[in-house]
Design a protein around this ligand. Structure first.
Ligand SMILES: Cc1cc2nc3c(=O)[nH]c(=O)nc-3n(C[C@H](O)[C@H](O)[C@H](O)COP(=O)(O)OP(=O)(O)OC[C@H]3O[C@@H](n4cnc5c(N)ncnc54)[C@H](O)[C@@H]3O)c2cc1C
Length: 386
């Protein structure tokens, strides 16, 4: 592992930063987020420039790079307050799983569209009753001749209104209980029996969340991705990228918050010097800067491990990175608001409005507590309480 990025990676960073500056939070995202409107213009342009599919194979229109590069894209967008939540699901989870386990037909159709951003696939695992306990999901797939029939419910599924399909995590009738053997299905959002309802969230965020009802949703045999009981490895292929991308979004958002605080603290003067000269202002910013850099380092380690093919090795680092990035990012935003005094709570500055969005990272895609459980059990070898 090198700590120095290649010239290509540096160029990619600079190119994404340039695009993100055009679509920054104050000029573009803020108004859209307040209307719950997706960042279509940014998504489309990022797709055309090849940023959304950097991790996908070249033969399907992708950039042939890895999750490291996709996380880099996310971080630079989020550093301008323009992180694209659906990058976590569409190219990172769905793109990765289809690349690794999809049929040639699925790759031809989906990867080419996910790579240039012309289509989005979102991801549905969370269920109201199972929650963090994914082993308890009850969405069930039943064979009917060559077809599959899906029944179940999902909750908090992001971006269903923008998506051509949802990658639904279910279990087959044969393995209805016990250890989850996930069966993954590509479910087009216009399939009869597929119903979505927008959830009223209290977050200022461009993308919406949905509850899903799958009522005898009939799918062709070709909708199944990989094996019907391919065990957990197939799902893991997508979950590590999800955590790395969650970390990247949080790191970027934290950078955005610190940058705004630094700008303001340099200019704002109420005594003899700019407020930045007071250590009560500068030290907390220095602290969160350190915490953010540490989180980023762990995110990069996770991405390098993942891209080298070590799925299970990447899990510890990906979990730790997501935890550290979420905590650092929330702290950075809070400290940025504090640095701005009363202005930090104005709509004009827009930082307070980001609080709900920043806090998503502490809960999703996996909660802080479930990461602490993972580290307790897997890293420290402590017993499980649940
Ligand atoms: C904005 C947003 C977008 C999302 N997008 C998606 C999406 O696109 N697709 C998708 O599938 N899901 C999505 N989710 C769902 C998200 O992954 C879940 O909310 C998350 O995994 C937590 O599950 P839960 O909400 O059911 O909480 P619960 O599992 O009910 O947990 C409630 C609380 O209890 C804690 N807890 C639970 N079990 C334990 C334990 N064993 N030990 C200690 N503490 C525990 C949790 O950490 C949490 O604090 C999204 C959620 C949000 C908020």
């Amino acid at each position: 592992m090198s700590f120095i990025e290649t010239d290509e990676q540096k160029q990619l960073r600079a190119a994404v930063a340039k695009l993100a500056a055009k679509y920054n939070y104050r000029d573009y995202v803020s108004a859209k987020a307040r209307r719950n409107e997706p960042l279509d213009e940014l998504w489309d342009e990022a797709g055309k420039l090849g940023f959304l599919g950097v991790n996908l194979p070249e033969e399907y229109g992708g950039g042939g790079a890895g999750i490291y590069e996709l996380a880099l894209v996310m971080e630079e967008l989020a550093a301008q307050g323009a992180g694209l939540l659906l990058m976590v699901v569409s190219p990172a989870i769905c793109g990765t799983i289809i690349t690794k386990y999809g049929t040639e037909e699925q790759k031809q159709y989906w990867l080419t569209r996910l790579a240039d951003g012309s289509s989005k696939m979102v991801f549905g695992i969370t269920e109201p009753d199972a929650g963090s306990n994914s082993h308890n999901i009850t969405t069930t797939a039943r064979r009917d001749g060559g077809d599959w029939i899906l029944n179940g419910r999902k909750i908090f599924i992001s971006g269903v209104d923008q998506a051509e399909a949802v990658l639904i995590v279910s279990r087959t009738e044969d393995s209805k209980t016990g250890k989850l053997k996930p069966a993954l299905f590509i479910v087009p959002t216009d399939t009869p029996g597929f119903e979505k309802n927008r959830q009223e969230m209290d977050i200022i965020e461009p993308d919406n969340q949905f509850t899903l009802f799958l009522d005898d949703v009939r799918l062709p045999g070709t909708a199944l991705v990989g094996q019907e009981d391919a065990a957990i490895a197939q799902l893991f292929a997508g979950l590590n990228p999800e955590r790395i991308m969650g970390a990247a979004m949080a790191v970027g958002m934290g950078r955005y918050a610190i940058d705004r605080a630094v700008e303001y603290a340099r200019e704002r003067q109420v005594w003899k010097t700019p407020i930045a000269a007071h250590q009560g202002i500068s030290h907390p910013l220095a602290q969160v800067k350190i915490e953010l850099e540490l989180a980023k380092l762990m995110m990069q380690k996770a991405a390098v491990l993942y891209d080298s093919g070590d799925d299970f090795g990447a899990a510890e680092a990906a979990n730790m990175a997501k935890y550290a990035a979420a905590e650092a990012s929330i702290k950075a935003l809070d400290q940025s608001i504090q640095t701005h005094g009363g202005s930090g709570l104005t709509a004009d500055i827009g930082l307070a409005g980001m609080l709900g969005a920043a806090r998503i990272a502490r809960v999703a895609p996996v909660s802080r507590e479930m990461i602490l459980n993972f580290v307790s059990q897997h890293s420290l070898g402590l017993p499980k309480s649940y």
